[in-house]
Write a protein that binds this ligand. Structure first.
Ligand code: FUC
Length: 737
């Protein structure tokens, strides 16, 4: 996507003008209706509600969700029962079903998703008439809107029904469809569709709406529950139906054009805030449908615009599934058509929920990070209680089991460093934004409380070092002391605490205490084949291709190991990472390729994690291979990533990993182009990526060398910069608000 981004940036920082947002469309498109829900439908969402669009010609089904429609209660015993009670599960809300009176034949078919405007479009011809459809999920107006337009007057006839996946009986009144009921866990839910027609008639018949001879039909959907993210309120708040009535009436008080414009403005503000350009796809390839392009790319072809699209898709999906005031993106983001989804479509905290948010700060979607932080705050109290029940009445602080629900539920194994990992996200929001009020009132108290937990829990060995007792390298090792994943997470927590306390200039004594504990933590170890050890004992198997790379947390997303400050450990991390990708042990003399990563290492989320790690280790070529691996082995035609099954972590994760190839800021210096593969080097640019310290960075390059850049912050300030192999100090430009 060359021409648009090669701006006239000047190397001279302060003089460079703020570049305008790039609103050029980035589109996924397909030449046939979607058959499979997970693999072919296209998602829209406003953070709270989502829909999977099918684009059916005769029968069109809009499957929809609301993020708080969960079964279950708080399961203090930790049992992972995903039925009506106990831990519960995220559930399917239902479907709007449209049956059109027309034949099944069609020509000129296209359905598409614009990742910049958040609009779903669908066009085709049937019996000589052109049909157009538009759909969007509005955050400003809190409704989803679906518009069906016929090119010839009076040609829309058929029936609309509403279906509840929870068994509620829908009713049709005038031009509305409605359902309302209560789940077994006493969660109330409701949905309403209002239909507005231009031309023809819409009438209620039994539990359906019959439309006859219409030119245009517009459906407005709102769905809600009475969930409230508050343990003390029993997780229940206002009745959903009156809120729905109010929101739909307000939306219908505006014109369709107004609603559409407000949505596009809101969505585009976020979507266009960051762009990357890493090459240009030939026009003939670029004009093909997205599924064909993915297949060609997976067969070894080059398609830089498709890689850029994948980056933007992760941003699109976070904007669509994680908005202020709501819950965070779960294992499937927001989109789920089952009452028994894999792993309850819950919040898994040993990689998945964290990976969902890796992109939020560096890819310039800081406000989409808010739901994760609010979730951590809301779940802390039930986690405190669960932690005390399990670890003793006088335990300070809290942690969580591996699976979490929206009702304070904790399922499956204790993941003892879970809260330390959450604390990293709480800290990073400050590190990127430098919002002092947030640091003081939200981040610091959380960091300190989790430090208290570890202060009480760490175990002193006879040699004076401190270890995390009874840990578990996620889903891999046995339970034992000093598992490196745990050691690294606690180191990270302590470092984040210390940086936060220093910035606030408070708690000097406690800072000393935490610094002492950090120094005493049993350190990382290099084992007998040069690997970074996963456990205290040197027993790693060089042919082990387990999907988790938990002992490399310190490389990414941690910051304890990097090639400049800890070169020996970084070398060991490279060996461990090669080994996990089938390129050590018996394959040590074979080349590292996309194909060499095999078996359990081919997962939705394993590629993005490794992509980010290779980037942190300065190995752009291998980072690029991880993108190709994700496209090749773990991606569906709609570009959803699949574990299998479909899991959103790979989509959101890769959009957090790609910025690490272009810009790093974790080691006290802004590093431009730290790890780009040869294929990206010829020329390219990025704009709107974020660096820690409150910086927005734009950059362009030729032949792998930076030719221009702009680093902006609210107020000009000195920045340490690594650029084209040298280090310098420059002043940032003042960002125009
Ligand atoms: C973690 C991973 C699995 C899967 C599950 C949802 O437990 O180990 O691979 O992604 O989460």
């Amino acid at each position: 996507m060359k021409k648009r981004l090669l701006g006239a940036f000047l190397i001279l920082l302060a003089a460079a003008a703020a570049p305008a947002q790039d609103k050029t469309p980035i589109v996924l498109w397909y030449a046939q209706p979607a058959a499979k829900w997970d693999a072919e439908r296209l998602p829209i969402g406003n953070g709270r509600m989502g829909a999977m669009m099918m684009g059916g010609v005769t029968n069109d089904t809009i499957q929809f969700n609301e993020q708080s429609l969960w079964s279950g209660d708080n399961n203090w015993d930790g049992a992972y029962n995903t039925g009506d009670h106990g831990f519960g599960a995220y559930r399917n809300f239902g479907e709007i079903r449209l049956a059109f009176d027309r034949g099944a034949g069609y020509t000129d078919y296209r359905r598409s998703l614009d990742l910049v405007t958040g609009m779903h479009n669908n066009t085709f011809k049937s019996a000589g008439v052109s049909y157009q459809r538009e759909a969007f999920a509005s955050y400003p107006d809190q409704v989803m809107v679906f518009r069906y337009t016929a090119g010839k007057k009076g040609t829309l006839s058929g029936r609309i029904s509403l279906w509840s996946a929870q068994g509620a009986k829908p009713e049709a009144v005038e031009s509305r469809l409605q359902l309302a009921a209560t789940m077994a866990n006493q969660l109330k839910y409701a949905a309403q569709v209002r239909v507005v027609n231009d031309g023809g008639t819409v009438t209620a018949k039994d539990d359906q709406l019959v439309f006859t001879g219409c030119n245009t039909l517009t459906l407005y959907l709102d769905a809600r529950t009475n969930y409230k993210p508050d343990y003390n309120a029993g997780w229940r708040g206002a009745d959903p139906l009156p809120v729905i009535e109010k929101e739909l009436s307000a939306a219908l008080g505006k014109s369709y054009a107004q609603l559409r414009a407000a949505h596009i403005k809101d969505f585009t503000r976020l979507a266009a805030a960051a762009r990357i350009d890493i090459g240009t796809t030939p026009a003939a390839l670029g004009s093909l449908p997205t599924d064909t392009r993915r297949t060609r790319y997976a067969a070894g072809g080059q398609d830089p615009d498709l890689e850029e699209t994948l980056f933007q898709y992760g941003r699109y999906l976070l904007i669509s599934s994680s908005r202020p005031g709501g819950l965070p993106a779960n294992l499937q983001g927001l989109w789920n058509n089952s009452n028994n989804p894999p792993w309850a479509s819950d919040y898994h905290n040993n990689i998945n929920i964290q990976m969902n948010y890796w992109l939020a700060e560096p890819a310039n979607l800081s406000e989409c990070n808010q739901p994760l932080i609010d979730y951590i705050v809301a779940q802390a109290e039930p986690c405190r209680i669960a932690t005390r029940k399990a670890f003793g009445q006088h335990t300070r602080g809290w942690t969580a089991r591996t699976s979490q629900s929206i009702f304070g539920g904790n399922g499956w194994e204790w993941n003892i460093p879970a809260s330390a990992w959450y604390a990293q996200h709480v800290y990073e929001h400050w590190a990127f934004t430098r919002d002092p009020e947030y640091l003081k009132t939200t981040a610091y108290p959380i960091l300190k409380e989790i430090c208290n937990y570890w202060e009480d829990r760490l175990k002193k060995l006879p040699d004076g070092t401190l270890v995390v007792p009874n840990g578990w390298s996620p889903e891999h090792g046995p339970r034992e002391d000093g598992v490196m994943h745990d050691q690294q997470l606690v180191w990270d927590l302590f470092q984040n605490y210390l940086d936060a306390a220093k910035a606030l200039d408070i708690d000097a004594d406690y800072q000393q205490k935490v610094a002492d504990m950090q120094r005493q933590l049993a350190p990382n170890k290099i084992g007998k084949w040069g690997q970074l050890q996963e456990w205290q004992a040197d027993r790693d198997d060089p042919d082990d291709q387990h999907r988790h790379t938990s002992h490399l947390f310190a490389v990414y997303p941690g910051r304890q190991i990097n090639p400049t400050q800890t070169p020996e450990l970084a070398k060991a991390a490279i060996i461990s990472l090669r080994s996990r990708s089938g390129n050590y042990g018996k394959n040590i003399n074979k080349p590292f390729t996309v194909e060499s990563t095999v078996g359990d290492s081919r997962r939705s989320w394993s590629w993005p994690w490794r992509c980010a790690m290779w980037a942190r280790l300065g190995q752009g070529e291998k980072a690029g291979m991880m993108i190709r691996g994700l496209f090749t082995y773990n991606m569906l035609p709609n570009l959803f990533t699949t574990h299998p099954p479909f899991q959103i972590d790979g989509n959101l994760g890769i959009s957090g990993a790609i910025p690490e190839m272009l810009l790093q800021s974790h080691a006290g210096i802004i590093n431009l182009l730290p790890a780009i593969p040869a294929a990206w080097k010829t020329s390219g640019s990025f704009k709107g990526l974020k660096a820690r310290g409150g910086f927005t960075v734009d950059c362009s390059w030729k032949n792998g060398k930076v030719t221009a850049y702009r680093i902006a912050s609210e107020k000009p300030q000195p920045v340490k910069l690594r650029i084209n192999g040298s280090i310098k100090e420059v002043m940032s430009a003042s960002a125009k608000k």
